[in-house]
Unconditional design. Sequence first.
Length: 354
Amino acid sequence: CFQISCQGATSITTFAVFLCDKIAPALRHAVYEKTALDIAGDMKGKATDFRGARSSLEVCILRYMAQEEKFANFKEYLKNPRGFFENYIKTRVDEYCLDKNRRLEMFLDCSLTHLYECIQRAVSLSTQTVKDRKDRNDKISLWLDEFCSTLGEVINLPRRDLKGIEHQEITDIEFLNNAMTEALAPLKDQLKEELASADMSSFERQPYLILAEQFAGCWEQCPFCGAICTSTMPNHDGDHQLVFHRPECFTGRRWHKTDNLVIDICSSSVASDCLFRIGADTWIYYRQYRSAGPPYSKWNIRPDPSMQAYWKWFVSHFRTDLERLYNGKFHGKGEIPAEWQKITKQEALDQLEK
């Protein structure tokens, strides 16, 4: 409990200092929270990768992976698409904030200035409201009510934390206004100094995760080829579906009793007489895939033989890596067609843009 033994000016100054000590951590938290939201919003509006829906972000990711030509990236993307999306967004956010323009510093500085002005405004408004209230003896309690309520929209300063100072015999509300203005100045300077050395690890809620939430959607993967459902709603009604399926070897599928990796796509297989196996020895026609129960029964795979040039280029280009990863071979029934091997990276990327 906070006790003020002195009276008059000293008690008001001590009250102001105590209140500023309570404001400091709340202001710091609000600065980082506002900055995280501002960074995410700014990137959504300005960075090309994040302007559209998740499908256009995926095109950006596929383009990035092709340009980097590192198999480790593809491996991570195929195994854990959601994690790869988040890491990609994190990398882009870090680059955006920590570039030579020192954007992070600028964002933090703007947030501090804005929130500091909000506190000053709350002090002023509370004083205006309370100073002429002749009907109330508990002016300081009323002032604190007004102050916390006005500030509540931008900074979370719980009124209950200030119970210890609400009974002070302070009548000169105008003087309190000045004392608060004086006590707040060093608080701003101190925080400004601290923010100058901030980095991305200083955030409690990371800007990249706020941005990633805007591309959430459904993350279910096709049980045959591993491609992600294109629904923009998590836990959506109806079946999972997508526009383009991929070669089934991306989930490690091989032709029965061989080391031949499957280069067919499932949207082509569902129109064929082929069978697939679930469990030890249950065989099901692809065209009756729903009868295999979940997760197969929750997918709508339309018969479609078209495959993106991107994946044909990828299979041809990273043939050896894929064989090693999936412990199989692209020969026999998994022979890579000659026309796939003629596709250039640029052709694959051009088709992706369409």
